[in-house]
Ligand binder design. Structure first.
Ligand code: GTP
Ligand code: MG
Length: 276
């Protein structure tokens, strides 16, 4: 006899398998308080390995893939794996390439509705080491941070195999952001993050306006402006080995010009549903 109480829309779900031969009851818990959101666009070389790696970690995380109609059929690979992980692996499919920022916002809203306590941002391309998910989780769940950021530029953090021009652009952006916003986060464009749900609930997500690197800065600036505690943890960021980059000049331009807008906004309306 097999019975399964799990619903793919319910993060707090339990699968039960009972064997009628032995009368043994085997309980496989698929509970998780944590959702790792991974936006994907043409990541067929990486996605299966990434999903398997996250599910092999000591702590059990759920995964939400937000795929933007990848022409390389990334979504089909994910849907195939859902047969193996029906309760832990989720996918939202959007029709076209709508940008990383809106992919995360869609994922955040989904995860908030399902009441996950910790929501993570992580790239599909292994630039972020999935093993670090546990350190980010512990910073929020045990060490009292509201937001934990995997940081390349805090002491102990580094970038591996990045071309010099990318490194200069990224590090230069971090100095520029710090000079304009006075937000003393060493890696404001970082995209490897653990958010406590309460932080995402406090930010008016509908008012987040940027889609590329500027999205990462805007989210941190919103949390910072609302008085949440942001902790940086050193990570080693590795340049992608498989697949191709979606970086564009438009993304860089958005970040450069967007900072002025963000500074102005922080002095006027802010981002909060609640003002502290
Ligand atoms: N859903 C969705 N995902 C995206 C989009 N653009 C990028 N991504 C994903 O977001 C993550 C980060 O994108 P990357 O192309 O790796 O960007 P990057 O890390 O700045 O650049 P490289 O590492 O040099 O490739 C990856 O998992 C991408 O597949 C998008 O428009 N929609
Ligand atoms: Mg990348």
């Amino acid at each position: 006899m097999d019975f399964n109480t799990a619903s793919s829309s319910d993060p707090i779900s339990v699968s039960l398998t009972a064997s009628s031969k032995s009368n043994d009851l085997t309980v496989t818990a698929t509970l998780s308080d944590s959702l790792v959101i991974i936006p994907t666009y043409n990541e067929r070389e990486n996605i299966a390995h990434m999903i398997e790696t996250v599910f092999s970690l000591e702590k059990h995380f759920h995964i939400l893939i937000v795929d933007d109609g990848s022409p390389d059929a990334t979504a089909a690979i994910v849907k195939d794996l859902q047969k193996e992980y029906p309760n832990s692996l989720h996918i939202l499919e959007r029709k076209g390439k709508l940008g990383l920022g809106t992919a995360y916002l869609t994922g955040f809203k989904w995860g908030i509705e399902k009441k996950y306590d910790y929501l993570f941002e992580m790239d599909a391309d292994f630039s972020h080491n999935p093993n670090d998910l546990i350190r980010l989780y512990n910073a929020c769940a045990k060490d009292n941070a509201d937001v934990a950021v995997g940081s390349r530029y805090t002491k102990g953090g580094k970038c591996e195999n990045w071309p010099l021009d990318r490194l200069i652009l990224s590090y230069g952006a971090s100095l520029y952001v710090r000079a304009i916003t006075w937000m003393w986060i060493k890696d404001p464009t970082a995209g490897f993050i653990c958010w406590k749900r309460q932080v995402l609930e406090a930010i008016d997500l509908n008012s987040i306006s940027f889609v590329g690197y500027a999205f990462q800065i805007e989210m941190k600036y919103a949390a910072h402006s609302l008085g949440f505690k942001i902790k940086e943890l050193p990570i080693t960021f590795v340049d992608r080995i498989l697949g191709s980059s979606k970086m564009s000049k438009g993304i860089v331009k958005e970040a450069i010009l967007g900072m002025i807008f963000l500074k102005k906004r922080s002095l006027t309306t802010g981002w909060g549903k609640k003002q502290f």
